[in-house]
Write a protein that binds this ligand. Structure first.
Ligand code: GCO
Length: 434
């Protein structure tokens, strides 16, 4: 999503295995063919190669692709004329039904992993009421990944909240972290034995900033002090959730992902930069030291002057989101994450570009991956790269306008058509080399 105040303003202003079991059957155990999650880098990195076991994947999120997620706070906001949504999510990419095709596509293209999210409002439609059918659905989906030789990376929370939680204040309700941990435990009890890697919360900093500071995401509050309360609640929720997941079935790495920008200060703006970056990134980076890994999600840089965010630099091209095309930001943010987290294993859990020009996407990712290689050469433990996104999807308040996908989706028929970037990055993944 948009990386900060200036770009958010600009972007919003600009537009505003096949299922192995049938119903009622007992879910069987899939054959685990997936390769293990990458280990610490030990071999030589040449100019073009990545370490053995480097995990290549693509990422999506439930609300952006599943369709019909009518029981969450986003769906409610999309239908509120007072909100700024360009359009409703509706059927999205119909991936709730088409996931076997999607997972087969990920595998067929050459990727080793698929990162996707659980829809909390499907699994727990009312407070304390769990849906066996929804839990079985995600178990089948994770099993499908394993059947296809794909490492399933499960995100437990990606921006949406069940309506019952929103009615109680979402993250301002002091029971919310505990409720999230309970959901994580129930889900892990049901399919943790199949999970190979998990992210608790996707970009808590964006949830808090966009929802409680900028008033753009639900619940559309603009109040910095409430943003700080939500930041703290999300950190608590991450810790409680990690503990609940680790106490349940399975054994797999658990971590947090964060939206990071390569913050660059104009001369004399160092303090202004620190004041912006602390609540936006540092409070989270300082809270993940004991985790198994950390997920870096980067799209651009943010320039800061003495009075705050600066507009894009003249001459620098902009993406469909309204922010600078700046693939070098990935290297800067990996280096900072490594330093601030005290050197825990890193994955790039999201990186990509909203563009209608697929050649620009290939160029962007090539340059971003060059930054990953520079980090690896310096001994930074980067273990994988997930492109955002597998397919064109619902880009939150901006609707279906921005196209981040390596696969196009027909909005009428849901037909998937891989773009050249999908084949290209799949080949990079297969050869483990640029
Ligand atoms: C985020 C989310 C994704 C976005 C992507 C493009 O980073 O905001 O994880 O849901 O769609 O970043 O903006």
């Amino acid at each position: 999503m948009a990386r900060g105040v200036a770009t958010v303003g600009a972007a919003v202003g600009a537009s505003s295995c096949p299922a192995r079991v049938g119903p009622g059957e007992v879910v069987g155990e899939p054959v685990v063919k997936a390769r293990p999650v990458g280990g610490r880098y030990g071999g030589a990195v040449t100019a073009t190669n990545f370490p053995d076991g480097f995990l290549w994947g693509t990422a999506t999120a439930a609300h952006q692709i599943e369709g019909g997620n009518s029981n969450n706070d986003w769906w409610a906001m999309e239908h509120d004329p007072a909100a700024l949504c360009a359009e409703v999510s509706g059927d999205a990419c119909d991936s709730f039904h088409r996931y076997p095709e999607d997972v087969a596509m990920v595998a067929g293209l050459g990727f080793g992993s698929y990162r996707f999210s659980l829809e909390w409002s499907r699994i727990e439609p009312e407070d304390g009421e769990f849906s066996r059918s929804a839990l079985d659905h995600y178990r089948r989906m994770i099993g499908t990944c394993l059947d296809q030789g794909i490492v399933p990376v499960v995100t437990y929370h990606h921006f949406t909240h069940p309506r019952w939680l929103a009615a109680r204040g979402t993250w301002e309700w002091d029971e919310a972290p505990g409720r999230f941990a309970r959901f994580c435990e129930r889900a892990t009890d049901h399919f943790g034995d199949l999970i190979q890697m998990a992210c608790t919360i996707n970009e808590p900093n964006i949830v808090a900033t966009m929802g409680w500071e900028l008033g753009i995401f639900p619940p559309r509050v603009s109040d910095v002090s409430r943003r700080d309360v939500v930041n703290a609640a999300l950190i608590s929720a991450h810790h409680k959730a990690s503990e609940a997941i680790k106490g349940s079935k399975g054994e797999f790495p658990v971590g947090l992902t964060l939206s990071m920008a390569d913050f660059q200060a104009e001369p004399g703006a160092e303090e202004a930069l620190e004041a912006i970056r602390r609540p936006a990134e540092d409070v989270f980076l300082e809270a993940v030291g004991g985790d198994d890994f950390f997920g870096v999600q980067t799209y651009t840089r943010m320039r800061v002057g003495p009075k705050g965010y600066l507009r894009s630099e003249p001459g620098v091209p902009l993406t469909q989101m309204g922010y600078e095309v700046w693939p070098e930001a990935l290297e800067g943010t990996i280096r900072r994450a490594w330093e601030k987290t005290g050197g825990i294993p890193l994955y790039v859990t999201e990186n990509g570009i909203g563009t209608s020009d697929d050649a620009q996407r290939i160029d962007y990712i090539t340059r971003a991956l060059g930054g990953v290689q520079a980090c690896l050469e310096d001994g930074i433990d980067v273990r994988g790269y997930f492109a955002w996104s597998l397919m064109d999807n619902f880009e939150w308040v901006l609707g279906y306008g921005p196209t981040f996908g390596m696969v196009a989706v027909d909005r009428e028929t849901f037909e998937r058509t891989p773009k050249p970037s999908a084949t290209w990055l799949g080949n990079v993944a297969r050869s483990n080399a640029l």
